[in-house]
Design a protein around this ligand. Structure first.
Ligand SMILES: NC(=O)c1ccc[n+]([C@@H]2O[C@H](COP(=O)([O-])OP(=O)(O)OC[C@H]3O[C@@H](n4cnc5c(N)ncnc54)[C@H](O)[C@@H]3O)[C@@H](O)[C@H]2O)c1
Ligand SMILES: [Zn+2]
Ligand SMILES: [Zn+2]
Length: 340
């Protein structure tokens, strides 16, 4: 193959399959042949021109797995033939967060597949070698496609503090919320109650081990979640982050609980700051992941706590990326993948 097919979003709701020359890795980079690329909410939001930080045109595909084909100068951390998963944050390694092990908060952060001039929805792509994790042999390609999405809830759980024996609520049973449920179980939560407006998503949550799944549109959703937990929530993971979910989350966490904002809010809104002070509510933002979260996600998948057959509901070839995006947005899927 002498040319490289790549998806480019060229205008709102317009994507092209472009043929480029095969990219050459710069020093410190590698060239990767794509195996499976996940479609994420940020991809579909950007496709519709609704993502605040991804300008069009853009090269989608940050949930990227593949096989190393060529090493740029000086690369020793991976070898040709290694199966890899991309950690798509591109930190500068020089700012204060980077120097303190919080490179997800890099002050100069760029993001592979999100507004960066390279992404994974292509036959082949180049990427910095320091952003790769080698996939262990006992993880299939399909399971490996879950490592990056799973790393987000793993990170959220880690910064929430111990979940052992804790009462947990998860708001939103999309890909992230359902993986959050699995993570809360893995870390020993005593009860996990999930909310979603869609019956099919609530059914998926019950299949995947929720103690209860509550209709997010019920007027008394907060009371229903507290009743199902049998107590207040120690930790609420808001995997939606609209006004109604964050207010409900605070109501579930009264008193003294933690609300973790995992969803990306589309707009700012007011919070009941007087109640938060008086009742000692901690609101904790959570942004992507760091390598230790990838390591925990890999361990969870190796243990069978998260399985592709429960989460991967659709696969499309590269030339049907648009159908893959539509499927991903339809509400009928959990995780949709693209395979070049
Ligand atoms: N913090 C991070 O680093 C990070 C990383 C990846 C994704 N995200 C964000 O996490 C969020 C979830 O991502 P996803 O891929 O699961 O999206 P998704 O679209 O698959 O899932 C969202 C779910 O929320 C449900 N929902 C909608 N309104 C609701 C409400 N009022 N109450 C409860 N549930 C409601 C939907 O029915 C759907 O099931 C998104 O905002 C995404 O951008 C954050
Ligand atoms: Zn994503
Ligand atoms: Zn930095």
């Amino acid at each position: 193959m002498s040319s490289n097919r790549r998806i480019v979003v060229t205008a709102v709701r317009t994507m092209e399959l472009r043929e480029d020359p095969i990219p050459a890795p710069a020093p410190g980079e590698v060239r990767v042949r794509s195996t499976l690329i996940g479609v994420c909410g940020s991809d579909t939001h950007a496709f519709h021109g609704r993502h605040p930080f991804i300008p069009i045109p853009y090269m989608p595909g940050h949930e990227a797995t593949g096989v190393v084909e060529e090493l740029g100068e000086g690369v020793t951390s991976v070898a040709v033939g290694d199966r890899i998963v991309v950690e798509p944050t591109l930190p500068c390694w020089e700012c204060k967060p980077c120097r303190s092990g919080a490179e997800n908060l890099c002050e100069n952060l760029q993001f592979f597949g999100c507004g960066y001039p390279e992404g994974g929805m292509a036959d082949q792509f180049v990427i910095r070698a320091d952003r790769l994790h080698v996939i262990p042999d006992d993880i299939s390609d399909l399971n490996a496609a879950l490592i990056e999405p799973l790393s987000t809830p793993v990170h959220a759980a880690r910064i929430a503090g111990s979940l052992q024996g804790r009462a947990v609520a998860v708001l939103g049973a999309g890909t992230i919320g359902l993986l959050m449920l699995a993570v809360a179980r893995w870390y020993g939560a005593s009860k996990v109650v999930v909310t979603d407006p869609l019956p099919a998503k609530r059914a998926a949550a019950m299949r995947l081990g929720a103690d209860a799944a509550v209709d997010a549109m019920a007027a008394d959703v907060t009371a229903q979640v507290r009743a199902a937990l049998g107590e207040s929530a120690d930790v609420v993971f808001d995997c939606v982050a609209v006004r109604s979910t964050t207010l409900a989350a605070i109501g579930m966490a009264l008193k003294g609980g933690t609300v973790v904002i995992v969803g990306v809010p589309a707009a700012d809104f007011e919070l009941p700051i007087r109640i938060m002070q008086d009742q000692q509510i901690r609101v904790q933002g959570s942004a992507t992941y760091v390598p230790q979260d990838f390591a925990s996600a890999i361990e969870m998948i190796q243990s069978g706590a998260v399985r592709a057959e429960d989460f991967i509901t659709g696969q499309f070839p590269l030339q049907q990326a648009e159908q893959a995006f539509e499927a991903s947005m339809s509400g009928d899927h959990i995780k949709v993948l693209i395979h070049p």
